[in-house]
Design a protein around this ligand. Structure first.
Ligand SMILES: CC(C)(COP(=O)(O)OP(=O)(O)OC[C@H]1O[C@@H](n2cnc3c(N)ncnc32)[C@H](O)[C@@H]1OP(=O)(O)O)[C@@H](O)C(=O)NCCC(=O)NCCS
Length: 192
């Protein structure tokens, strides 16, 4: 890993959440969340993974320069995972994925807070230790209303629909493309 990518993997602090650079010690928690069918209902991959597969996934991501964080709550307990992948330094954009894996904390605003914390870092200028991105984007199952609301609350707008994009449980599902631009987030996040 290069020095610059190490610098980009800073620990990030929100009001309650901490985003901790993801490492091997966190793989078991993520494996447990990924084995919960309720958590993966709208997740891209549903197959439960073995510890060996998780390790291989982690090594692949690290080699590909994916920026991965564990989300910890205000008591330091692991509650989820968030990452930025497909980093494109020419067009200054990256794709985001997010999972609050502990179901008992759903609906308490942790997703919104983790998103805001990561977006502050993503859009902050490189000179101040940020990633200097212009756009962060993602795709989300149309039926995943909770995720769409959390994204919208952090400034994401809908760019379009990928019709019948995923075949799951005997039927086709649309995915919604969403993105947020730097100035949109900065205006939303400015102290009032
Ligand atoms: C989707 C997910 C990230 C939401 O996390 P969370 O911490 O519960 O989200 P928040 O509490 O910040 O916000 C959720 C929003 O959805 C709403 N919501 C929660 N459950 C809902 C439901 N079943 N239907 C409609 N809205 C719902 C909440 O009221 C809140 O909206 P509001 O702020 O306008 O009131 C979490 O459930 C999760 O990780 N699920 C599994 C993985 C996943 O689907 N990830 C997203 C892939 S794109």
């Amino acid at each position: 890993m290069s020095d610059s990518s190490l610098a980009r993997l800073a620990e990030l602090r929100g009001r309650r959440v901490r985003l901790i650079p993801f490492d091997e010690r966190h793989l078991e928690a993520l494996r447990r969340w990924r084995s919960d069918p309720e958590v993966t209902r709208y997740w891209v991959t549903q197959a439960a993974a073995t510890p060996e597969q998780m390790r291989a996934w982690f090594d692949r991501n690290r080699a590909a320069g994916v920026l991965m964080w564990l989300i910890a709550d205000e008591h330091g307990r692991p509650i989820g995972y968030i990452d930025l992948f497909a980093l494109d330094s020419v067009n200054r954009k990256a794709e985001l994925s997010l999972m609050i894996g502990e179901r008992h904390v759903w609906g308490r605003g942790y997703a919104r807070e983790a998103l805001r914390t990561l977006l502050r870092h993503a859009f902050a200028p490189v000179a101040t230790g940020g990633l200097g991105l212009h756009k962060v984007y993602l795709s989300v199952f149309a039926e995943n209303v909770a995720a769409r609301r959390a994204y919208a609350a952090c400034g994401f707008r809908e760019d379009g629909i990928l019709r019948d994009d995923i075949y799951r449980d005997g039927s086709w599902h649309d995915q919604i493309l969403m993105s947020v631009l730097e100035h949109e987030f900065t205006e939303l996040d400015a102290p009032r």
